[in-house]
Design a protein around this ligand. Structure first.
Ligand code: SF4
Length: 368
């Protein structure tokens, strides 16, 4: 989606990073003194979410740049660390939680490579493996064509020993990264879905084939890969469709370069339903058999989740028996029935993922 309005904090310096960004967006920024001006501009629209996707606000992160992933205590958490480089997204997935997470959502780019670099160096000095991602409140690579940030991050991670960066995306924006000396410290990760879900629910994202072609290109340059089936959507015939996606992954890339694959069925905060109904009236996403989970999110009825997970796991194991599979936010019964184990001890899943990172990436294994 094209940016049509550009705001920038009045106090933010014009430096290499911001000048590069502005010059490539081809818009003159409106300098503002108060973020409320952006909120007011977005809120006056009939559809603030759509306007927010075309309105970029260049600002500074005034909160924590690095923070723990907000997993809930009721479901197994992967102990991930978030590098907070921006919020919201220019693509438009019907199920996107960010539509209902912020009021209103604002497409923010957090400038400040120096600040980010310093905070990362403080993390790197700790004697511990960190798995760090930028794709929690945004897509990791939406700004790759206009920003110095992704290249800066890959280079910064390449120069340290203990941590990996995971760039999670539905784009194919890897051009500026592909020839970098990444030192096997960056995992390029793609969220995958069936062609039908991509076409009907993931507006503005790259096709499945394009994502896998990008993964193949990244693999050819030594990047490690990850895939995330999230959200898995249950619909008639979905089992076969997801199995075809799995088959297709291994037509493009080798199992040995995949660090992990996660699975998570569609879940949503009750408030998201009204947003989907209003913005995507054709979408049937919310009409499945749902129950409210312990974290108040609506999830598919558990036997349905177990069924689709089992089908997909059988497919994945047939092609890649050694690739680590894990669930995003599932309970003990689902883990046991589908994967045959449950990482129930505190930080156990995180430790297993650290092991995977150390096994596939160039990390200091003594830290596990
Ligand atoms: S790509 Fe991710 S962040 Fe962007 S709209 Fe889709 S779900 Fe939301």
């Amino acid at each position: 989606m094209k940016i049509e309005t550009l705001f920038m904090d009045n106090l933010l310096p014009l430096d290499d990073e911001t000048e590069y960004l502005i010059s490539r967006i081809h818009l003159k920024p409106q300098k503002i003194h108060d973020s409320g001006e952006v909120y007011d501009f977005i809120n006056q629209a009939d559809d603030p979410v759509s306007l927010a996707k075309k309105t970029l606000y260049i600002t500074q992160n005034k909160g924590a740049v690095i923070r723990n992933c907000p997993g809930t205590c009721h479901y197994t958490c992967c102990d991930y660390t978030i590098l907070h480089t921006g919020t919201f997204c220019t693509m438009d997935c019907a199920y996107c939680i960010l539509q209902a997470y912020f009021h209103p959502p604002v497409l923010q780019y957090f400038a400040g490579l120096d600040q980010i670099g310093q905070e990362l160096q403080a993390v790197f000095r700790q004697n511990k493996i960190f798995r760090i991602g930028t794709g929690e409140y945004t897509d990791s690579l939406i700004w790759e064509k206009v920003s110095l940030m992704p290249e800066f991050l890959v280079k910064t991670f390449a120069g340290q020993k203990n941590s990996v960066l995971e760039l999670k995306t539905k784009t194919v924006n890897i051009e500026s990264l592909i020839s970098l000396d990444h030192n096997e410290k960056t995992i390029m990760a793609w969220s995958l879905n069936t062609p039908e879900i991509i076409r009907s629910q993931e507006k503005g994202t790259a096709s499945l084939t394009a994502r896998l072609e990008a993964a193949k290109q990244a693999e050819s340059k030594g990047y490690r890969l990850a895939f995330h089936f999230d959200p898995i959507v249950i619909y008639p015939g979905c089992e076969d469709q997801y199995k075809k996606v799995i088959q297709k992954i291994f037509e493009y890339v080798r199992p040995e370069t995949i660090v992990w694959i996660s699975l998570g069925t569609f879940r949503f905060m009750p408030g998201l339903k009204a947003v989907i109904e209003k913005r995507f009236p054709e979408s049937t996403l919310c009409y499945g058999e749902f129950i409210q989970g312990l974290d108040n999110k609506m999830r598919y009825f558990k036997p349905l989740r177990i069924h689709i997970y089992k089908e997909m796991i059988a497919g994945l194991k047939a092609y890649a028996p050694d690739v680590f599979l894990y669930f995003c936010m599932e309970d003990e019964e689902v883990w046991e029935k589908c994967l045959g184990f449950f990482p129930g001890k505190e930080r156990e899943l995180g430790r297993l993922l650290d092991q995977c990172a150390a096994g596939r990436c160039n990390l200091n294994r003594a830290l596990i």
